[in-house]
Ligand binder design. Sequence first.
Ligand code: FAD
Length: 585
Amino acid sequence: MNVAERTHANAPAETAAWLERFAKALAANDAQAAATLFIDDGLWRDILAFTWTIETMSGRAAIAARLGETAPRTKAVNFTIPPSRTPPRWVMRAGTQCIEALVAFETKLGRCDGVLRLVPEGGALRAWTLITTMEELKGHEEAFKHRSADDEAGLRDYGGPNWLDRRKAAARYDDHEPTVVVVGAGQAGLSVAARLKQLGIDALIVDRHARVGDNWRKRYHSLTLHNERFVNHLPYMPFPPTWPVYIPKDMLANWFEAYADAVELNVWTGTELARGNYDQTKRRWDLTLRRADGSERVVHPRHLVLATGVSSIPFTPDLPGLKDFAGTVSHSGSFDHPERWKGKKTLVLGTGTSGHDVAQELATVGADVTIIQRSKTYVVSLPEAQSVYAIYKEGIPFEDCDLLATSFPYPVLQRSYQLSTAKSREIDKPLLDALEQRGFRLHFGEDDTGFQMMYLRRGGGYYFNVGCSELIISGAVKLLQFAEIDRFVAQGARLKDGRLVPADLLVLATGYLSQQDSVRHFLGDAIADSIGPVWGFDEGGELRNMWRRTTQPGLWFTAGSLAQCRIFSRYLALQIKAIEEDIIA
Ligand SMILES: Cc1cc2nc3c(=O)[nH]c(=O)nc-3n(C[C@H](O)[C@H](O)[C@H](O)COP(=O)(O)OP(=O)(O)OC[C@H]3O[C@@H](n4cnc5c(N)ncnc54)[C@H](O)[C@@H]3O)c2cc1C
């Protein structure tokens, strides 16, 4: 069959034929034969199903080697095209026409999903990409799936503890230790704790804020989310369809608080992780938790999940003369009440999202604002910024979108972002040209992959324009290049040409220390050095230390967008469950 004859109608049969050959090769423990079903530079990304980690194999040789190692013990069988899912179809992904098929299979241990992309090569259809994911451990399914009234025995006992009494007792940890301590009650911490709860794993979340949701409440006044509502749901409990497209921060904050209660999470607010160390002999942590009143409690969980976000410890660069500045210095993370600066002269250092947003807030309340640009910045209009979530607009079921979202190995992501960035640049051209004319320095990522790769590689460096770019273009927010500054002095910033830019306030929108630095701070140098950097890609194209076992037993990381937290919390929780059930070490 030539390419022209290949249509949607044939896609299921062609997928089934490929799956049959693949299953046959696996059954025969013939990894070489399985690998020849891929194109030469085919990619296989596995999430737990075969490897019990998150890993991408690039090229036939690597695929054959890893399959050879893992397939005999994995025993993957029953490859099917589930009727409940989007059927195999021809689509364009990252500029390549392919059959995209959502598949299911089983292993000895679990129920798994997959996404297969087939492309024509030499008259045959071979796999360009395959992703395999473990979704469920057999015998350890999420509790809600088999819940019956029998499980609720005692809840209606007259004179006995009712639901609320039980919830309070569970959260006190008077007579038991949590199996897992999750630090951080943002989207990352809440998602993984909700998943653990469904797997029957006792987890305690601690957060230094007074209320769940304060991580959003305490952000600047006008904040609304940057992604549309439908990609941002937390596990098990989608936002009401009545909600705004871009959710305001306090609405999200209140939802987080309600969510923790609704999915029955144990949360200690006003409690911070002060320090911890791992007891190798007992294979558990000794964690010191400090309550708001200064009292401390030591707990001994077997697992510690750091969900502290990228904004745990503010980063202040070494700025010449900063100590001489007589005005107020504030970090963007704790900047509030902009109205206090009405009529005052203000400087905002940094042109990422926070810098722009703080500058816009200050300008709106009538402050005199100068934004200082240190490095080139990617600016994208808000509608164009939604392009990375285009899959969610294809009209296919939400669960299918989540699976597809995990299914792009690094080189495909890279190509896909290059294409979408080029398109956005074209659409945003008038905005970008006007910014450049004003002296704003733009860039589009080291390989023109735009904001999403910047986010994944370094967690920032871009701005989704919600109005500040227009203020810069019109001059309502003044622009100063950092390179023009000689040093800060008592009255403001002294420029290299001798001029003074006077200021009463300097807001440092200069980002945060990395999660590796948080580990160093809370858990010490040895663990920080052993695990290495957190976030950013490793040489295999996976995010370093994220949602998978680290070199430190019992230490896990989760972070990222609401979508990433929703999707990857499942895999993190499954690994903890598998360790607790002695399925993996
Ligand atoms: C303007 C704006 C719009 C955005 N829009 C979106 C969007 O539409 N969709 C999206 O997915 N993302 C969006 N983001 C990104 C989002 O803010 C972050 O991705 C998110 O906050 C990360 O969540 P998190 O749970 O990883 O970390 P955080 O929200 O930072 O939460 C970490 C928590 O850990 C706690 N903590 C830290 N250290 C300790 C300690 N030692 N002890 C106890 N507690 C501790 C903190 O108090 C905090 O509550 C947006 C961000 C901004 C600024």
